[in-house]
Each structure stands twice: as C-alpha cells, then as structure tokens.
Design a protein around this ligand. Structure first.
Ligand code: THU
Length: 157
C-alpha cells in the first residue's frame, strides 16, 4: 500500500491588504447577496466573478418551493458569465453569505459549486482564484481544483 498526501496552501488577509480589483469584487459580492431570493433558507449568498476582460458579473442564490430547483449564487454567477462572455476566462470569484443579517465567517462553497468552478477553470485553461469573504478579511484559495482534489472531469468521459 502506498500512502499519498494532498496539500493545499491558502492566504488570509484583512480586506484593506488585497489589491483594489479584489476589494471591488468583495463589494460586488456583498451587494449581490442583498438581492438573494432565499425565502426558505433565509441564507443569502452573493458571488461576484472577475473576467479576464476586467468585467465583473455577480449573482445571488435563487431558491424555489421545489427545493432542488433552486441554485446557489456561485453557479448562477458562473453560468451567467459563461453565457454572456463565452470566450472570456474567469479569473476570480468572491463568495459571501449572510445569515440573520450578519456575514457568515468561514463560508465555503458546496460540492456542486466546486465542480462548476473546476469546469470553469478547465474551460479557460487557467486558474480561478477563489475568495471566501468574511466581515473584515478574505481567504484566497489559489485555484478551484485545490477545492476538489481527485475530481471527476471531462478527461474521465
Ligand atoms: N448556497 C449557495 O448559494 N452557495 C453555496 O455554496 C452553499 C449554499 C445557498 C443555497 C440555498 O439557497 C442556501 O444557500 C442554503 O443552502
């Protein structure tokens, strides 16, 4: 038997220490969360996507009375970016969540969103930085594939 080890590195820093475009991405994600349609969970999520052309697109979670028909903020934003700018790479995504009016510290994307981030990364052939937003700081994971090791992707088909 061979034991293998997986290792990822990530960075954390106060909001003010990140470069301006990433601070703007944070603000865009927060603004998007305020537009969430989350009447069932009352958990409001915002995701803002930065594209290689400098554009930003953002979205929020969209729930449905038939629960599985709803969609997470990250996927709404990434699918929108892919539909609107099919030829442009996504370079970063910022994710924020609010519960009871307060930012959730340590928000982390669900498995389905990780899978879609991974596809976004593979589609462009370039890493997607993932910013997890807290109330006064952000945590950066360098690429989506770090969030989903030993993944299923197009190469498996
Ligand atoms: N949600 C997201 O928008 N992103 C995630 O990564 C996790 C969960 C949404 C889905 C649902 O509307 C609510 O949060 C509670 O799960």
């Amino acid at each position: 038997m061979i034991e293998h080890e997986l290792k990822i590195t990530f960075c954390t820093a106060p909001l003010s220490e990140w470069e301006k475009p990433y601070q703007l991405l944070y603000e865009e994600a927060v603004a998007a969360a305020s537009k969430a349609y989350a009447p069932y969970s009352h958990f409001q999520v915002g995701a803002a996507v930065l594209l290689a052309n400098g554009e930003m697109v953002s979205a929020s979670n969209q729930e449905n009375a038939a629960y599985p028909s709803g969609l997470c903020a990250e996927r709404v934003a990434l699918f929108y970016a892919g539909a609107k700018y099919p030829e442009v790479a996504v370079t970063a995504i910022a994710i924020v969540a609010f519960s009871n009016g307060k930012i959730v510290e340590g928000i982390s994307p669900c498995g389905g969103c990780r899978q879609v981030m991974l596809e976004t990364e593979k589609r462009a052939g370039a890493p997607v930085k993932v910013f997890l937003c807290g109330s006064t700081s952000m945590l950066l994971i360098n690429c989506a594939s770090d969030l989903l090791p030993i993944c299923f992707d197009g190469c498996d088909l």
